[in-house]
Design a protein. Structure first.
Length: 711
């Protein structure tokens, strides 16, 4: 069935290409205003001010959203990467990436004003001149070196959710140049809200419905963030860059669960009400610096340093009200968690041209990561809150890592680029606490090969083979408390990183006159030490994240973008993608073969945007996404998730004073998710279910109104 599906995707790709070429006409992009090609192989597409000035753009983010296929990169969730590495972000500023992790490129784009952007380059090949190794497409934003007049923007918004919940937000950004310094800064007061309702039905093994729960949850998030970039242009062409971020965030959550017993005749009787309150506060700050020194003959020395600190405190209270009128509330559980996370990365590299067609880079990277955590849980004991003895409740996890790397980028012909790289990594992992004292060492060799061939300036084939080592989540090493089942999880101090051989083959065809693109991609991962659920340190029916052995994942992805020029709307664009994948591992409790947890077989998305060129620059669009069934397996349960497609839409218009008024609606279909949870008595391998829980969750619709402008 999978092969049949892949063949259908390939046929669709061929049909797209065949239909688009006659309609869009020319084989170059020069007929589209502001779109040209550059590079020896003409595979780099350049968008100049003639292209994006005709739109109602305020920041660099607005510019990128007008380029076909780029929105998916902006909206992609960042992977948890091991160190800084050479893969990194796919968006560069003046050929360089940002020396930051929390203060990432997405935040920096909002600080760069559209008036400061000279051009945007879509680079489809590998090059020794790039500061990253492309994961498919590198986007380089070239900003003006003459910004002495300065430019800024502001945005005010109000989000409203069903249930009469309103949250304001505000952001102001400014950038300018003074002498040898370019600087960009932003202040952001962000608010987020989400309201959801849940209805649970509890069914015994015989199929009888015996209990119902009606739950309502409201989440409110507030953030205050200051971030900045400083670029010093030193004599001799050297660059010195600093990036900074300071953030305070507060999260509150209020949940009410009304519980009723259901008799055989379907009549209901009150059991109890369980309120749950969560308050979480945190302070995060980050500083990054990188220095680039250019030597004779095109050689380059680069030094980089990033430090991030995140200090969080969380308190959760779970109560019980055993009267229908909401009186006589008593506290059942109270848990307090304090976490301090630190990450420091330093990296140095030297790059030179071996020949006119070959570039070599050597370097080293070191990192120090740590997590300090303390968990305290108090439980009701005859009206008194008494502490629960929890194994591994306080702990410090620390990793020291050193990595040497070398990369060779070679262009044997004008159409082919070959990248070969080898990284060698040594790390020491320690965990110390009241109950745990562990120390282990690891050594990994990670080769990589990336071959790209430009059949024409519009057609490219790519083959990549890579050995990867995953980043461990230190939160899996320490204890936590499961508020749903009122029991502690002990963590797992014996985790090792997940490794994989990754293979990828892709083909990309870009349509003429910037008409869009079509890209099928095939992938295969051969994984060792796969992370999933195993029996925990406490034994019995307790589980923890652990390594369960070999696993595989393979699939095909088809993505594309199309301008509707043939319908008379050249600035109406459809972006779409679909992924079909299969995964296999051996369950840690039953030894049965099954799919990865939380990994649906099919995921898809469709986005439409139309920018008109009326007097008020009216724009509108929509986003639609969905997925197939996903499952989660644990020692004493199996959960099966389905959800309704998510649908959102927006419209914006330029109003008085050049300001932009925007209206965005989220979850127009009232996003609904269903979960079936089968609970077992002890290990599910014994196949003794004791109840089934059916849940329907509805997320409330929300509307956000914003007003933006320049100064």
């Amino acid at each position: 069935m999978f092969v049949h599906f892949a063949c259908r995707l390939s046929a669709l790709a061929c049909l797209w290409t065949a239909l688009a070429q006659p309609v869009l006409g020319q084989t170059t992009d020069n007929a589209e205003p502001g779109v040209t090609r550059s590079g020896d192989d003409q595979s780099t597409i350049v968008y100049t001010a003639d292209f994006f000035n005709r739109f109602n753009v305020i920041t660099a983010t607005d510019i990128l959203r007008r380029i076909p296929g780029v929105s998916s990169i902006l909206d992609a969730r960042r992977r948890q990467v091991r160190g800084f590495g050479s893969g990194g972000d796919q968006i560069l500023i003046n050929g360089e990436r940002l020396a930051g992790k929390s203060n990432d490129i997405s935040a920096a784009l909002g600080r760069i004003q559209a008036s400061q952007v000279l051009r945007v380059e879509l680079i489809r090949g590998n090059s020794g001149d790039l500061d990253v190794r492309s994961e498919g497409l590198v986007i380089n934003i070239v900003i003006s070196g003459d910004a002495k007049a300065g430019a800024g923007s502001w945005q005010a918004e109000m989000e409203a959710s069903e249930g009469s919940i309103y949250r304001p937000a505000f952001k102001v950004s400014y950038g300018a140049a003074k002498g040898i310094v370019d600087y960009f800064a932003s202040l952001d007061m962000g608010n987020g809200l989400r309201r959801q309702t849940r209805n649970d039905r509890f069914i015994d093994p015989g199929g009888s419905f015996f209990e119902r729960r009606a739950e309502e949850q409201v989440n409110l998030n507030r953030e205050f963030t200051f971030s900045s970039n400083l670029i010093f242009k030193l004599p001799g062409g050297d660059d010195l860059r600093f990036n900074g971020l300071a953030q305070y965030h507060r999260h509150t959550e209020r949940e009410l669960s009304d519980q009723f017993a259901v008799a055989a005749n379907s009549t209901e009787s009150f059991i109890q009400i369980e309120p749950r309150d969560v308050i979480s506060d945190g302070v995060k700050w980050e500083i990054g610096a990188d220095y680039e020194h250019r030597l004779a003959g095109g050689s380059q020395l680069k030094l980089l340093l990033v430090h991030t600190t995140d200090d969080n405190s969380r308190q959760e209270d779970q109560s019980l009200i055993d009267t229908p009128n909401g009186q006589d509330r008593r506290l059942l559980f109270q848990q307090t968690t304090d976490e301090l996370t630190n990450e420091t990365i330093f990296r140095g590299s030297y790059k030179w041209n071996l020949t006119a067609r070959q570039n070599i880079e050597v370097g080293a990277e070191g990192a120090l990561n740590s997590l300090d955590t303390a968990l305290e849980v108090l439980a009701d004991d005859n009206g008194i809150l008494a502490p629960i003895d929890i194994f591994n409740a306080d702990s410090r996890v620390q990793e020291i890592r050193f990595e040497g790397f070398t990369t060779d980028v070679w262009k044997p012909t004008g159409q082919m680029t070959v990248e070969a790289a080898v990284n060698a990594e040594y790390s020491e992992l320690k965990q110390n606490g009241t109950d745990i004292r562990e120390k282990r060492n690891f050594f990994f060799v990670k080769p990589r090969a990336d071959i790209r061939y430009d059949i024409t300036p519009s057609d490219q084939v790519r083959l990549k083979v890579e050995r990867t080592v995953g980043q461990l989540d230190f939160g899996d090493f320490v204890s936590s408390f499961d508020e749903d089942d009122d029991r502690p999880n002990s963590g797992n101090p014996t985790l090792v990183p997940e490794k994989a051989w990754s293979y990828e083959l892709s083909y990309e065809h870009r349509l003429a006159r910037d008409g869009g693109f079509i890209k099928p991609r095939f992938f295969y991962e051969d994984i060792s030490d796969k992370l999933d659920k195993v029996i925990g340190n406490l034994g019995g029916d307790r589980s923890a994240n652990g390594n369960i052995g070999a696993a595989k994942k393979f699939g095909v992805e088809l993505s594309g973008s199309l301008r509707l020029r043939f319908l008379g709307h050249p600035d109406a664009v459809i972006n779409a993608g679909i992924t079909r994948q299969h995964s296999r591992l051996t369950d840690g409790f039953t030894d049965a073969r099954r799919a990865f947890s939380r990994t649906p077989t099919t995921e898809w998305n469709v986005a439409f945007r139309h920018d008109t060129h009326t007097a008020h620059s009216f724009s509108y669009g929509l986003d639609l996404s969905g997925q197939s069934v996903a499952t989660v397996d644990d020692i004493d349960e199996q959960r099966r998730f389905t959800r309704r497609p998510a649908f959102s839409a927006f419209s914006e218009i330029r109003v008085f004073g050049g300001m932009t008024l925007r209206l965005r609606t989220e979850r127009l279909l009232r996003e609904r998710a269903k979960r079936r949870r089968i609970r077992y008595s002890g290990n599910k391998a014994n196949e003794i279910p004791f109840r089934i829980e059916d849940r329907i969750r509805d997320l409330s619709r929300s509307i956000t109104i914003s007003l933006r402008g320049n100064f």
